[in-house]
Design a protein around this ligand. Structure first.
Ligand code: IPE
Ligand code: IPE
Ligand code: MG
Length: 255
């Protein structure tokens, strides 16, 4: 593989992760799926620690998809309890470590107790400048794009925007995480090779990396493998390899 330009960022600015494989982790131990979700919560902490240590600016974690609401009621209920407990347990410590927490997705589908804790976590940590941690919960990429399209339609209807002003930048400014650089690196654990309705718009030029490792088995070695692979890749953004080699900095080419 040809060496990427010396000026290319070696460390991703933004990592987005599908945390998958909790159910299979539990099944292998002949335990209920919920045991896998609980073990998965520990891996979340490990992953946040790793990003803080490596100076990664933004981490986005897919915790619960808009489609996951369709799982058996007892699993959804147990996940909600786990979510609530995690919010109660972890947020103050995240704040102490300078993490800015936010939630993306359709918040209105959660119980009032969870919504209140999400709001409180965002409020408490909003001034932090360390890791930008985004939790995608009740999130779907299609829903994200539809919501952005609706916001644009509202502005057109109100006379604040002309249809001809709607371009990629207008939509990009209204999807989730619009204030962050798009993910440089996508990681999915659990061995399945798909996006499962995660950040469809934002992943357009993201480097994809998949591992068979089940989410609860995550360790720093697996994350390091992903970073090493990322560092060895040449990102072309539609240009030629020669253009990339002569560019002064890869990230100045990023769309
Ligand atoms: C990911 O693990 C967690 C959620 C989707 C909430 P899964 O629960 O999807 O685990 P598998 O894919 O069934 O092993
Ligand atoms: C994606 O995993 C969503 C999360 C990890 C939160 P799923 O387990 O829901 O994805 P599919 O159903 O295998 O595509
Ligand atoms: Mg799964």
């Amino acid at each position: 593989m040809s060496a990427p330009p010396a000026t290319a960022p070696r460390t991703p600015r933004h990592v987005a992760i599908i945390m998958d494989g909790n159910g299979r982790w539990a099944a292998r131990r002949r335990r209920p799926r919920m045991i896998g979700h609980r073990a998965g919560a520990r891996a979340v902490n490990l992953c946040i620690d790793f990003c803080l240590e490596r100076g990664i600016g933004a981490l986005t974690l897919f915790a619960f998809s808009s489609e996951n609401w369709g799982r058996p009621a007892d699993e959804v209920g147990a996940l909600m309890k786990l979510f609530l407990n995690a919010l109660d347990r972890e947020v103050v410590e995240l704040h102490r470590r300078g993490v800015r927490v936010r939630f993306i997705g359709d918040r209105s589908r959660f119980d009032a107790g969870i919504i209140a804790r999400m709001d409180a976590a965002e409020g408490l940590t909003s001034g932090n400048t360390g890791l930008a941690l985004s939790i995608a919960a009740s999130y779907g990429g299609r829903q994200d794009i539809a919501t952005a399209a609706r916001a644009l339609a509202v502005e057109v209807a109100a006379g604040r925007l002309r249809p001809e002003d709607i371009d990629e930048a207008a939509l990009a400014g209204r999807v989730a995480l619009a204030d962050l650089p798009p993910p440089d690196l996508f990681i999915r654990t659990g061995g399945d090779l798909r996006i499962s309705n995660f950040l469809l718009w934002q992943l357009a030029y993201t480097e994809l990396w998949f591992t068979e490792t089940l989410w609860p088995d995550l360790d720093a070695g697996v994350l390091q493998q992903a970073l090493d692979d990322f560092a060895s890749r040449e990102r072309r953004f539609g240009l030629t390899g020669e253009q990339v080699a002569s560019a002064s900095a890869t990230d100045t080419m990023a769309p």
